[in-house]
Design a protein around this ligand. Sequence first.
Ligand SMILES: [Cu+2]
Length: 159
Amino acid sequence: MRCRASLAATAAVMWLGLAHAPVSAADATPTIRVHDAWIRWLPANLPAAGYMTLANIGDKPEILIGASSPDFGEVSLHVNRLEGGSITMMPVRRITIDPHSSLSFAATGYHMMLMQPNKPLKPGDHVLITLQFAGGSSLTAPFDVRKPDSSRADYRHER
Ligand SMILES: [Cu+2]
């Protein structure tokens, strides 16, 4: 439950960040392209995890500060860390994508943790996730729901 407490703190910080975003930029689009967007489906009520590659085609860094989805009550940014020989995950507040470069979530240990699903999901479904960036811009992308890939069993959520 250690993770839940820190998630609440992250949500509070994220909310403050959004509240202070300039209103005039609220509809702006980041210079980000989303590739390979997918959700690792897990049976029962285990939390699903979302992965993607973010390509920044602009001249300035873009900073991902949060995400939300109509299909989930809570979406958090996480990163995996190796601690004492086992992998644990920690909330992340900001993920910077440098200009003219891309960041693969799956390759770097980043993921979105998707909690409180509003409806049952199954492999083959599509979920819309809105990504929020520093400065008030946002981007919505479709994510494919897929079965866990046995060749990528390096990741699991701590319960
Ligand atoms: Cu996680």
